[in-house]
Design a protein around this ligand. Structure first.
Ligand code: ARG
Length: 593
């Protein structure tokens, strides 16, 4: 494992050093280096610096330029010139590009550095609710959360996954009481495992039947309410029945996660019930410290800046006046557990933006109570709403929430058609490969559509667009990957070899410089919790590759041996970078497509 400094960082360092010696009184100076159209990079930092030191920016820029050696065989910078009022235009040498890329290629991690000071992040994502169908909101949390897990782990962060499933609450009184009175309702007919679909339909049936009884039969209602008390008191028989609901739901959850090609491990599923034993103590601690106060019998935390429409403060209710604990008490207890027991330095919650007020209040409460301090960060990675083609929250024609499984099945079906049609006059794939690719393309399409816009924004669920072969889609990226793999397979006796002595064409330089930016991109996506930046990077990579492949013959018409080898080297590094980036997003890249 050898981390490779990017050309941007080497250039930045050189310019910063030159600036520091030209203007020692300014101290450490940021050259503000950016990729540029005019040259490879532009540094804009001199203007501000000159202003601060009351120096002439052009003169300062000129003296910086004069002190930087260029054009020599070992110089990274080939050319540097002053432009405009004091910008620097910088071009790096072709040799430096290929040498750096060769160092990346020689490393399993593609030269991407590990974080200097990694911590422990507990990430709360993929948290469906027991006895309920999963919908597109659960898709977003799962997909964004899984990508963040991969990105953070790749930087060396210790990541602990927590699937905070909704497995506790008053609704279970009704369900458990019903099951108690109809004991065979969840018996499985055969020894064979039930499918996720069957499990969900069992739960739906039970839910409907118990609801109907609850609404029509006062005596059942009374028994159901008493059952909630038994559940909270930990009555063994009640708990055993509750467990059956959880188990049945897990069969369903795992089947959906499996369809999503996501690996969810049982020990990481710690639902709301997992914090039940802490709730009383959490409330006591809050009350004793004065963070929470009794108001009309309820235990509340107040905030100056959280008010309802009537102007009265809206408190966070930790314990209701009837003694019941809600969502907030559980989340506060979970923070104590995650920081105190699991050693988290960062807490991430991948949850719908509509719960932002809840998390704001929960985090603030935890800070007041001292459960979060300067060394612990808590963030909600809030995501927007999934919209239908009409721009309204995604619903079926009947106005019901769309079942996630139906969407996934449809995506796979459409993707399979796309793959099949594309292969029709090539005959490259077997039927089995078409089916497998259809799965990977369909699920990839759904994930990519979710990950390619910034999480906070709403997006339209449009399957036609998602499986389109052109534009910013995963299919486009998957085809780019497969095409490169096929180029490499068909390269005959030529192999990918880096040749730093060659002069590069503009499309090769553009591709090379972008490849070199992979490490900085990962760092940015990890520290900003922004998987969409990985998606944008990959899309640009595929586009740059397309231009390169059009302008620079790799195999035919056959270029000179070394040129061909060097281009194959660029192809190979592009494929590896694409493959790695897609893997971080949880998207597969078939070798043949
Ligand atoms: N189960 C909740 C829902 O479906 C999301 C849970 C979010 N996580 C948390 N720690 N509150 O909306």
């Amino acid at each position: 494992m050898a981390s490779v400094p990017s050309l941007a960082s080497s250039v930045d360092q050189r310019v910063a050093d030159a600036l520091a010696s030209a203007l020692p009184e300014a101290g450490a100076a940021d050259p503000m280096l950016r990729r540029s159209d005019r040259a490879d990079f532009q540094a804009n930092g001199i203007l501000a610096l000159a202003k601060k030191a009351k120096a002439n920016p052009r003169e300062l820029a000129t003296s910086v330029v004069e002190s930087i050696p260029t054009g020599g065989d070992t110089d990274v910078i080939k050319e540097i010139e002053v432009s405009g009022p004091g910008f620097l235009n910088i071009t790096v040498s072709d040799k430096a590009i290929i040498e750096t890329l060769a160092a990346r290629a020689a490393d399993d991690r593609l030269g991407v550095p590990l974080a200097a000071d990694p911590g422990t992040t507990v990430i709360d994502y993929a948290q469906p609710n027991v006895a309920k169908e999963m919908h597109v909101g659960h898709l977003r949390s799962a997909v964004i959360g899984a990508a963040m897990v991969e990105i953070l782990e790749f930087t060396g962060e210790k990541v602990i996954r927590r699937h905070h499933i909704g497995d506790w609450g008053t609704q279970f009184g009704m369900l458990i009481q019903y099951l108690l009175e109809h004991p065979h309702e969840l018996d499985h007919k055969s020894e064979q495992e039930v499918s996720g679909e069957e499990a969900m339909s069992n739960l739906n049936r039970l839910y409907k039947a118990s609801r109907a009884l609850f609404d029509s039969d006062e005596e059942f209602k009374t028994r159901a309410r008493a059952r909630v008390v038994d559940l909270q008191a930990g009555d063994p028989e009640t708990l055993a029945l509750w467990q059956r609901f959880v188990d049945e739901s897990k069969i369903y959850f795992y089947s959906v996660f499996n369809k999503l090609d996501m690996d969810i491990q049982d020990p990481d599923v710690v639902g709301e019930s997992g914090y039940n034993d802490m709730l009383v103590e959490t409330c006591e601690l809050l009350e004793k410290s004065g963070v929470a106060v009794r108001s009309n019998g309820a235990l509340c935390v107040f905030f100056d800046d959280v008010k309802g429409q009537d102007g009265n403060p809206t408190p966070l209710i930790v314990q209701k006046s009837d003694g019941g604990f809600g969502y907030a008490a559980t989340d506060l207890s979970a923070i104590r557990n995650r920081v105190g027991e699991l050693g988290a330095t960062t807490l991430i919650y991948v949850v719908d933006a509509r719960q932002s007020l809840h998390f704001k209040m929960v985090f603030e409460t935890a800070r007041r109570a001292g459960w979060l301090n300067e060394d612990t960060k808590a963030v909600q990675l809030a995501f927007g709403t999934v919209l239908g083609k009409d721009g309204k929250p995604f619903k079926t024609r009947e106005g019901e929430t769309v079942r996630l499984v139906d969407l996934l099945d449809e995506a796979v079906e459409r993707a399979t058609t796309v793959v099949r049609e594309k292969d029709e006059n090539r005959g490259l794939l077997t039927e089995q490969e078409i089916v497998e690719n259809g799965l990977q393309v369909g699920i990839g399409a759904v994930k990519y559509a979710d990950l390619s816009t910034s999480a906070a924004r709403d997006y339209k669920f449009d399957l036609d667009q998602m499986v389109s072969l052109t534009g910013d889609t995963s299919v486009y990226l998957q085809y780019a990957y497969a095409r490169i793999r096929s180029i490499l397979r068909n390269a005959g006796d030529r192999s990918p070899v880096a040749h730093p002595e060659l002069e590069l064409a503009p499309a090769e330089r553009a591709l090379g410089l972008h490849l070199d930016g992979f490490g900085a991109l990962i760092e940015e996506a990890a520290s900003e919790y922004a998987p969409h930046k990985v998606a944008a990077y990959l899309y640009q990579l595929a586009s740059l590759f397309t231009t390169f492949y059009t302008e620079c013959p790799v195999v035919k018409p056959e270029p000179e041996l070394v040129v061909g080898e060097n281009r194959l080297f660029l192809c190979e590094l592009t494929a590896r970078t694409l493959g790695k980036g897609m893997a971080l997003l949880g998207i597969r890249t078939p070798e043949k497509l």
